[in-house]
Unconditional design. Structure first.
Lengths: 282, 282
């Protein structure tokens, strides 16, 4: 997905929020906003939004000197999600359609996001999503593809959310490769976060090498992209991965909750929709 | 009020919204955002937000070559408010406390604002505000000051809203000077807009000379500020005027609806509150 004009004020808002959450002082945040403001002029609007995100979070790392300012928040979210894990597994087991229930839960976990929307109420949001209709629902295609797929990649999104991803991966009952970012970006899931969530018990964990808050091909390792291009099914979680891959000719299914107006418009749905969408130009 | 960090992303959002409402093409809007982004670095945080607003709207005028891009919107809002005028007058006349009812209506009119929040439903918002409790309510002081005041200035805010101001001025039953901006800024009320709203029938209309979307002393005519400093009562409408005058030692009463988190925090109230606040450091 290209950058829309509406993304520009949002970059500033994200920088402000990320700076605060990373514990920067006001003067440091002002420097961050100065730099993000100054780079707007040279922003290629053809780029995907996570590519700009990559620059913003690089600046935060430079200013703070801290590699992973969201570490404690990520650990807290993962612990909270792990506490819910047994109950969520039960919910799946007792469901008439365990796979669909696991998909719903994986989307529910997608509310744990400090990039777009800082405030969320996990238990309340889960309840709401469990009864919500999908705005795009390519479930039949998802089931079909899953039946024959042998080489399945699952693109993680946020830490904490990964516990929910683990539940879906368990329900898939096949060998799955779980993909994490190359470096810490906001609260996006890294290798260590995935281990803490127990992903290593159900999947092989690999890094995409991405330095952006979303798997943007241009910012992933070339060797990873080569492997991904040979996948026969890719499950992509969240907005960042959608923004990075929405125009790539890959066998992707996008699972996400729509958290901003720009992505709502791009998908032709309303904000807060839940989405299970098959990539059209595979 | 000084500029808060949260104002910075908001300047970008305002520039985007103003550019769209002014009918700019996407490429022109991008240029506007580039320029607003680049000027963040040199932004004196001690300045009031309307001073930055002044620069943004100056850039919009330069890019469009149009002095008053909101003219037709202002005329439409004024016409709509005038249609409601007889009904609103009735509401005041039939009220147990006509002055308070007129104050409430003047605040209700403050929802007509394209600077902060583009979407509003005038009739619904009025109904809501008529039954809403004030978060700050210096009404007794307002009544007292009004009783003895001889030199009353009323600082207008948005076009359309001025019809509501007219109702309050009629209820004040004294000679009042109604103050408009020096140049068109967003949908702020100018001399011509005030005439259309019929303010000339109830008040003397003068321009503050302000080139900012709010009467910021530094951006008003010196001669106007001299006169204002001799006023024995100033009624200030809206956020822009609050931002410009909240720290000035003047006998001001601020009437406004709180439309953003920054002003809510500055006033120590919640968003959407309605306010009748006496300036403390008169």
């Amino acid at each position: 997905m290209k950058t829309y004009l509406d993304c520009i004020p949002c970059f500033m808002t994200q920088a402000l929020r990320a700076g605060r959450t990373a514990g920067l002082e006001d003067k440091q945040i002002k420097t961050l906003l100065d730099e993000v403001g100054a780079m707007i002029r040279d922003l290629p609007m053809g780029n995907t939004p996570p590519e700009t995100g990559a620059v913003i979070y690089q600046k935060i790392r430079e200013i703070t000197g801290i590699d992973d300012p969201f570490l404690s928040i990520k650990q807290k979210n993962t612990r909270e999600a792990l506490d819910m894990y047994p109950e969520l597994r039960q919910l799946v087991r007792r469901s008439d359609d365990p796979l669909l229930m696991a998909i719903r839960l994986a989307i529910a976990g997608n509310v744990i996001d400090f990039g777009v929307n800082r405030t969320f109420d996990l238990k309340k949001d889960i309840k709401q999503i469990l009864k919500q209709d999908f705005a795009i629902f390519d479930y039949a295609a998802f089931r079909n593809q899953l039946e024959t797929a042998k080489n399945i990649y699952y693109l993680g999104d946020n830490a904490g959310e990964s516990v929910f991803d683990r539940i879906l991966i368990e329900e898939i009952k096949k060998t799955v490769i779980f993909v994490v970012r190359g470096i810490p970006l906001i609260n996006d899931v890294t290798y260590e976060d995935a281990i803490m969530a127990g992903l290593d018990k159900v999947a092989e964990i690999v890094s995409s090498g991405s330095t952006a808050p979303g798997n943007v091909p241009a910012l992933c390792d070339l060797s990873f992209m080569e492997k991904l291009s040979r996948a026969d099914m890719i499950i992509s979680k969240g907005q960042g991965n959608y923004e990075g891959l929405s125009e790539e000719p890959l066998p992707v299914f996008f699972l996400l909750k729509v958290k901003c107006q720009v992505i709502a418009r791009d998908l032709g749905v309303t904000e807060n929709s839940i989405i299970l969408k098959q990539q059209k130009n595979q």
